[in-house]
Structures are given as C-alpha cells and as structure tokens.
Design a protein. Structure first.
Length: 560
C-alpha cells in the first residue's frame, strides 16, 4: 500500500483542511510557549521549528505517519547494515565510517569496522608522510600542494569541510595546501597547471567507480602536465598520484601504485562518503585529530538518531516537517541559508545530498508515486542571498521554506579595535538571520513600519507590501568546529533518510544520472566525426553541426 493511501496520510489531509488552512504561521507564533514547544536541543545544537506551520496535533499526526511507514524498523535496518539499497542490493553504511575504533559492527559475519579502521590508519600514514616532508616529488622536493580530483560526492564533501574549517588547518612546516578541481571543462585544472609547481604537486584521484569521465579527463590532463616535465611515467605515478576507489583493479590499470591506493566500499554512497578515504584531503588539511573530531560529531548524531524515540529525534522531526511542507502544505522549494560565509559550500553539498537521494518518482518496489518527493533545493550564504533572491521569497508568488543556519559564537573577544569590530559584525549577522526569518513569517507593509504605526492602512501600497507566511527552521550551533560540522552534516543525511522512508523510495541509488552520461558519449562521437550528423533530433543535430562548421569563428565574439 502506498503511504498516501494510509489512514495516517488521510488524517493529515483532514487536519490540513480543518485546522491549518487559512491560518498564518505568524499567528501560531503568537503563543507564549511556542518556542518551548517547538524547539529541540541535542548537545549544544538547537533546532527551532517554531516558525514552521505545525501545531501539536500536526506533530502528533506526523509521528503516527512515521509509525505507519515503519520508520523505526527502517532506522534499525540502516544501523545494522541490512541491504536497504534494494536496487543495488547492498547496505548503506556510511555511519560505519564514523564508528569509534573500539566498536564492532558485524555485517554478514564480518566486523566491518576493522576494515574501516585499517583505512583510517592508512590515511594517517599518508598524512604523516606528507606532513613531515618525506613524500617527495620526481625531483626530490617535498610535496606542497595536494589537488583533489573528483566530482559530486567525491568533491563536494571534502570541499565543504576544507573551506568551512580553514581556521583549523594544520600549520605544516612545508606549508601544504589543498585544492579542488571537479569540472570536466578543464577550466579549473588549467588554473592548477598555471599556478602550481609540478615538482611539488600530488593529485588525489577520488572516484568511487573510477570510471567517471569528468575525473578521468582531469586526471589524464594532470598526468600529461606532469609528464611534460618528467617523462618517467612510473616515477610520476608513484610520487604524484593517490587513488581512492572501490576498484583496486581500475586504479591499478590507470597506474596508481598499490601503496598509493585507498579503499572505499560499495556500501558507502558517493554523496555520503566524506567520512571515508574520500576525506583524505580533509585529513591532510586539518590533521588527523580534527578529522576524527569531525567523525565523532557525526557519530554523536548517529547514536541520537538510532537510539532516541521518534518524538524527540531531531532528524526524524526535520524529515517529518519536510514531508508536511512538501506533501500537505504544497511548498515546492527549500532554501539553505547559512549565516556564516565559511559554510558557503553547504547549499551545494545539500543540493546533491537531498536531490540526488530523494529526487525520485517510484517506490522501492518500482511503483509510481502519486505524491511529491524531493523539493527543489537551493541556497547561498544568507547575507549575500538577502541581496539576491530574498526579493522573491518576500514578495514572489512561490511558497518557499528555509533553513537558517548560524553559529552562536564567532570571533573571540579581542581587545583590539578590529577584534571588537568583528564581534559587532557577528551580532549584525545574527540580527539579520533572526530578522529575516521573522520578516518572512510576519510580512507587513513598509509604510506602516516607516510611520511606526500599528494602525493598519486600508490600502497599503502594493509594491511595499509583504504577504509573509513563509515558513522556516532555524538551526544554531554553538560554534563552527570539526565536531559541530560533523553533527550538522549527519543531521541532514538522516533527515533525507527519514523523508525517503516516508515516501517509500530508495535514497541510496541515482539511476537518474545515467541516461545523460550515455547520451553524452553518443554526442561526443558525433562531434568528433567530420561528417555532419543527422542522428538525433533536429535541434541537437544543428547544434553539433554548427560546432563542426566552426560557426562564429571570425565574428566579434571570438578571439581565437
Ligand atoms: O565517485 P564517482 O564514481 O566518480 O562518482 C562521482 C559522482 O557521480 C555520481 O555517480 C553521479 O553521476 C554521484 O553519485 C557521485 O557522487
């Protein structure tokens, strides 16, 4: 039975019609105990749902929906390593990558934490060798630059963490820096060639499948760059390339030396993989101690998710409210708004996490669903987004729900003038964060605000009117550090799982990306073929033929 046919789904629909429709979220927030009733804490992390359009009854009914969808047993199946990724017949065990070393996790009679810990010690050794200057390039100089070549989950997680925690980087004597290149168009990798020294650069080829053309094409250019400086391929491979993949065979065929291969398992999904050897660049930049703190922050959320009753379980509540917004309130979009520029890659990271996981329209059993799944997610650092797309959120026609994310503490109180000024800036940022979620909720009229009058004008200027009634969740972390960032990311991972479970879909496969890859290969052979093509639709054929004819080559828009 589809979840939309359940009694609990129907009760939510009736509740919407009878109790919620016509109510504005701002009215709910007038209740004195609103924050107390709808905010939750775990460790020092606080989630405030008071600006979501939910009442105690909504919460109760959503929890019943979770029971109806067997959420508890799905959470247990996830934690125990049952093959819940049914289309690929394997477990989803990213949580195993952040288990404390002493804990056993036996799946199919094997303690998989042994394999995880083995990989962590390999990472440790590599970090040590790089940091003490013993890893040397082809000319004998110590390595200074590490370039992560990967895309999607093999790029976004390490990129997010390395950028967010830059202040925690290790001050290596040889001043090691990490860089990222993901796009197949060559722009990023050519910047790397223009700025780094081949003698002292190591590339980490991160690809779970080791067959992603984006990464392999960047890797081929990297090898060509190195070999134009040192034609000894074996030496270049040994001193300048590390591989991270499920397939030792493919890494070997490419030329990755066995000592430089880090292992991944098919039970770690790409977008859930920053905790594994995919996080090598994180460990290099932040050091092993901070890498382990990141893992333990995530583990603390795993324990909370696996062990806490549904009604007090943060990812469960986040997921259920997500379902309520998508399926009952009909909110099609979700904005991710970190009020801290260090989290600038969080929106991109969550776009992949949520939309690649839950952008599906069939159940685990292959049946079409008759309700919406993943909303459209997008975002930007909040203060910048205020000057970009908030206009649409305040006065546009679309419903949007937002996550406002901020650290409570930022700059330590220094006596210097600039220290005090930075403190002020942090307060200014928090003020904007809280004010924007309030403004989105209450709406209002600029004229009234300007006249400081509570009297409602009969005909407010429509251009200066804000309808309000946009919902949001506020997530506060005490401060941004490896532990709290680990918590934040794991929170979202589990929220995605909760939503998938309610919708009955598999969040761990991504068949939707395959068709485009096949078509790109066909298109490439047509582009390379000198004769004009008639193989595809008219529009596509024309684009391909225009490129072949070199159209626009001599026009004003060309400088080649
Ligand atoms: O790590 P790989 O196998 O190179 O894949 C990279 C990314 O490509 C995808 O498979 C989508 O094409 C993502 O799921 C994945 O994170």
């Amino acid at each position: 039975m589809k979840i939309s046919e359940s009694k609990e789904w129907k009760q939510l629909t009736s509740h919407l019609l009878e109790d919620i429709q016509g109510i504005k979220v701002g009215e709910l927030n007038d209740l004195k105990s609103r924050f107390e009733d709808f905010s939750y804490e775990f460790d020092d992390l606080l989630i405030d749902f008071s600006k979501q359009k939910v009442t105690s009854k909504t919460r109760e009914l959503l929890l019943s929906l979770a029971e109806a969808a067997n959420l508890k047993s799905s959470i247990a199946a996830l934690s125990e390593g049952k093959p819940i990724n049914t289309t690929e017949n394997r477990p989803a065990l990213h949580t195993a990558c952040r288990l404390p070393a002493s804990v056993e996790l036996v799946v199919d009679q094997i303690d998989i934490n042994l394999a995880v810990q083995e990989e962590i010690s390999k990472i440790d050794k590599m970090v040590e060798k790089l940091s003490n200057g013993h890893w040397r390039g082809y000319s004998g100089k110590p390595i200074r630059d590490i370039v992560n070549l990967g895309v999607g989950g093999s790029d976004l997680g390490p990129l997010l963490v390395c950028e967010a925690l830059d202040e925690f980087k290790v001050d290596y004597p040889n001043n090691i820096r990490v860089h990222f290149a993901s796009t197949m168009d060559g722009s990023q990798i050519s910047d790397i060639f223009n700025t780094l020294n081949p003698e002292t650069t190591v590339f980490v080829l991160v690809s779970k499948s080791f067959s992603t053309i984006d990464t392999l094409s960047n890797a081929a250019s990297a090898k060509a760059w190195l070999m134009s400086n040192c034609p000894n391929e074996a030496l270049v491979d040994k001193q300048h390339f590390i591989g991270v993949s499920v397939s030792a065979e493919k890494m070997g065929e490419w030329g990755i030396h066995p000592d430089n291969q880090l292992r991944l398992w098919d039970w770690v999904g790409g977008r859930y993989s920053l905790w594994s050897s995919v996080g090598l660049t994180i460990a290099i930049k932040l050091g092993m101690e901070n890498f382990k703190l990141l893992l333990s922050g995530a583990h603390s959320i795993d324990k909370h998710f696996f062990e806490t009753e549904l009604s007090q379980n943060l990812p469960v509540l986040m997921g259920l409210i997500g379902v309520w917004n998508s399926n009952f309130l009909g909110v099609p979009a979700q904005a991710i708004l970190p009020y801290d520029a260090r989290l600038k890659y969080l929106p991109n990271y969550l776009m992949q996490l949520e939309m690649e996981s839950n952008g599906k329209s069939v159940t685990q059993g292959g049946e079409s669903i008759d309700y919406d799944s993943c909303p459209v997610l997008w975002g930007e650092v909040g203060p910048n987004a205020q000057h970009a797309f908030y206009q649409m959120m305040h006065q546009g026609t679309r419903k949007v729900t937002s996550d406002f994310i901020a650290p409570i503490r930022r700059f330590s109180k220094e006596d210097s003038e600039h220290g005090k000024s930075l403190q002020e800036q942090h307060l200014l940022t928090l003020a904007n964060c809280f004010a924007q979620s309030r403004a989105l909720m209450t709406g209002g009229s600029l004229d009234e605000l300007a006249s400081n009058s509570s009297e409602k004008k009969q005909f407010p200027n429509p251009h200066k009117f804000y309808p309000g009634d946009q919902t949001s969740t506020t997530i506060l972390i005490p401060e941004l550090n490896p532990y709290t960032l680990g918590q934040l990311i794991a929170l979202y991972e589990h929220k995605v799982f909760v939503m998938a479970t309610i919708w009955g879909i598999n969040p761990f496969d991504q068949w939707g990306v395959e068709l485009g890859k096949i078509m790109a290969n066909e298109t490439l052979s047509e582009l390379k073929n000198a004769a004009s093509t008639e193989k595809f639709d008219n529009g596509t054929n024309t684009l391909i033929n225009l490129v072949k004819e070199g159209i626009g080559k001599n026009g004003k828009g060309s400088n080649s």
